[in-house]
Design a protein around this ligand. Structure first.
Ligand code: HEC
Length: 286
């Protein structure tokens, strides 16, 4: 009797697992939100939104490691292009040592920012000063009102944790930056009311397809790399995506190493436990 119940419970368990597997696999294969289940009506977003393309970063995957040279290039792109609108307020200059910069280089980078908010010691009035390694990156705009005024009523979000905040992470940032295009004719034909409004830009990787950010990386050579890498739009986008992966997860490599060691440890202890089991029951008939 008990055996039968156990067998039934086992079967039910296996059944649920099989259903979960089928759902997961079909989800991955169709690679889109399951419209049939949510019953979402057709719209420009459901039909024309694209999933991020693989940026092919070396940090991806369980054994992923950062390419420090690439992180430095990405930092350069952030500094020379993105920092005009986006802050990086959770990152301190001294953290940049993690990109392979020496203490002197970090000091020089910090001192290169002369807009760190400060107070004039004589008058008490607001002033600015040069950065030191302990400072965080300065804000791009004094406040949200100024940010909106300069960006067609949209606020450029802080980028420190962006690759963690969006589905697709670095791949999303890379795809977004390289994904600007004209609105497809098929879209306009099917959904004429979804025409990109004035002041916005069509980008199929952005959730609602129309983004307030003008394409920030437009032409090859916008940034001059010193390590010989060709500054194509594609490379600049990939490099800044790598840099933003680092700002959001600077301990990624250590995490991966610990994960690997934990798996080795668990495997070894399983082997030991199995050996002990064989040893203890060696002379007992069971
Ligand atoms: C001229 C200002 C400007 C520049 C330069 C700029 N951005 Fe933006 N960015 C914006 C604005 C405005 C938004 C908000 C868009 C919206 O909500 O429609 C935004 C949004 C974003 C987003 C978030 C999209 C989302 O899913 O919400 C990312 C990621 C981003 N920018 C990355 C970058 C990177 C990387 C660079 C540098 C290569 C850059 N931006 C340069 C103005 C700018």
């Amino acid at each position: 009797m008990v055996r039968w119940i156990a067998a039934l419970v086992g079967l039910a368990f296996a059944g649920v697992l099989a259903i979960a597997l089928v759902i997961t696999v079909s989800g991955v294969v169709s690679d889109s939100t399951p419209k049939i289940w949510t019953g979402a009506p057709k719209s420009a977003e459901t039909e024309f939104h694209k999933h991020p393309r693989d940026a092919g970063l070396s940090s991806a995957g369980v054994f992923g490691k950062f390419d420090k040279q690439q992180l430095q290039r990405g930092f350069q792109v952030y500094k020379e292009v993105c920092s005009a609108c986006h802050s990086l307020k959770y990152v301190a200059f001294r953290d940049l040592a993690g990109l392979g910069y020496s203490e002197g280089q970090v000091k020089a980078i910090a001192a290169g920012f002369d807009n760190i908010p400060s107070v004039n010691p004589d008058t008490g009035e607001a002033a600015t000063r040069k950065g030191v390694p302990a400072d965080h990156f300065p804000l791009a705009f004094a406040n949200d009102i100024a940010a909106r005024a300069a960006n067609n009523n949209a606020i450029p979000p802080d980028l420190s944790y962006m690759t963690r905040a969006r589905h697709g992470g670095a791949d999303y940032v890379y795809s977004l930056l390289t994904g600007y295009q004209d609105q497809p004719a098929a879209l306009l034909k099917e959904f004429p009311e979804a025409k990109t409004p004035n002041g916005l830009h069509f980008n199929p990787y952005f959730a609602n397809l129309n983004i307030a950010m003008p394409p920030p990386l437009r032409s090859e050579g916008q940034v001059q790399y010193s390590d010989g890498t060709k500054p194509t739009v594609d490379n600049m986008a990939r490099d800044v995506a790598a840099f933003l992966t680092w700002t959001a997860d600077p301990n990624l490599e250590t995490r991966h190493q610990y994960g690997f060691m934990a798996v080795i440890f668990l495997l070894a202890s399983s082997l030991l436990a199995f050996g002990a089991y064989r040893n203890v029951w060696r002379d007992v008939k069971h």
